[in-house]
Ligand binder design. Structure first.
Ligand code: HEC
Ligand code: HEC
Length: 210
């Protein structure tokens, strides 16, 4: 049997080892826990199966990072969001409150994780083929430069529009139209050319990607 004094030293050396290696390993566990909490709404790997939360898996890391920083600074509107599963199911919060709890280092790590996952398009969305056709023409005229291939490329750093939940696209376009969500000067220039009814056609176009 060990003497108490030896036990004391082994505990002491163990705690030194832990405090040296601890910084990164604890953080990794924290990050995993935060990512799990995102899944309560955004689904496993960000592949949201509910129209009440956008799909975020497969977005580029810079886009996710910038979005979270914008939420943190309340530069983006924060509609009320309800936990869709997990322990907090039914509780309400906002993306601004969620982002507020995270520092930039955590945000970057989380963004890298979601960026490594595939973007899984929404299924079972009903779209109007005629509207989608109209939306396609508008997109090719005004939007394709920064949202290539129907807005399906993460590398454009502009979110992913093709196959996103239509309700989320509809709401985002309304936020842009109402001037509630800031857009880059260049997007604004093109966006300003949209006519009445064009945004709904665009929603059906993005929803037509399966
Ligand atoms: C309670 C539900 C809920 C939780 C938890 C949640 N989100 Fe969200 N998230 C939403 C909703 C709803 C939206 C759409 C809100 C909006 O329009 O701004 C959203 C929007 C986003 C967007 C913007 C998507 C885009 O296309 O621009 C990102 C990025 C995001 N969330 C990341 C996260 C991350 C990372 C976490 C975990 C730290 C997280 N969310 C946790 C509900 C949630
Ligand atoms: C000059 C480049 C440019 C043009 C043109 C442009 N966009 Fe964007 N768009 C961006 C960038 C950059 C972002 C991401 C930054 C942000 O949050 O606004 C974005 C974001 C978006 C989003 C939000 C994505 C999300 O996940 O929340 C939607 C929706 C969108 N654009 C639709 C359009 C539509 C529709 C058009 C054409 C009428 C258009 N954009 C034209 C650059 C552009």
């Amino acid at each position: 049997m060990k003497q108490p004094i030896e036990n004391f030293f082994s505990i002491l050396s163990l705690s030194i080892v832990l405090s040296i290696s601890g910084a990164t390993s604890v953080l990794a566990a924290d990050i995993a826990e935060i990512i799990n909490s995102c899944a309560d709404c955004h689904g496993k790997d960000g592949a949201s199966t509910s129209q009440d939360a956008p799909i975020i898996g497969g977005f580029s890391a810079p886009y996710i990072t910038d979005s979270m920083i914008a939420y943190k600074a309340k530069e983006r509107p924060c509609p009320e969001a309800e936990y869709l599963s997990g322990d907090k199911k039914g509780k309400k919060t906002t993306m601004c409150d969620i982002a507020k709890e995270l520092n930039e280092d955590e945000i970057k790590k989380i963004a890298a994780d979601f960026a490594a996952k595939p973007f899984v398009r929404a299924t079972n969305q009903t779209f109007d083929p005629a509207l989608a056709e109209k939306g396609k023409a508008i997109h090719e005229d005004l939007c394709v430069k920064c949202h290539d291939k129907g807005g399906s490329l993460a590398s454009d750093d502009s979110g992913i529009l093709a196959g996103q939940w239509m309700s989320y696209i509809r709401q985002s376009l309304k936020e842009y139209s109402d001037g509630d969500r800031p857009m880059t000067k260049k997007m604004k220039k093109k966006y300003g050319k949209l006519k009445e009814g064009d945004t709904e056609a665009l929603v059906h176009y993005f929803g037509s990607f399966k």
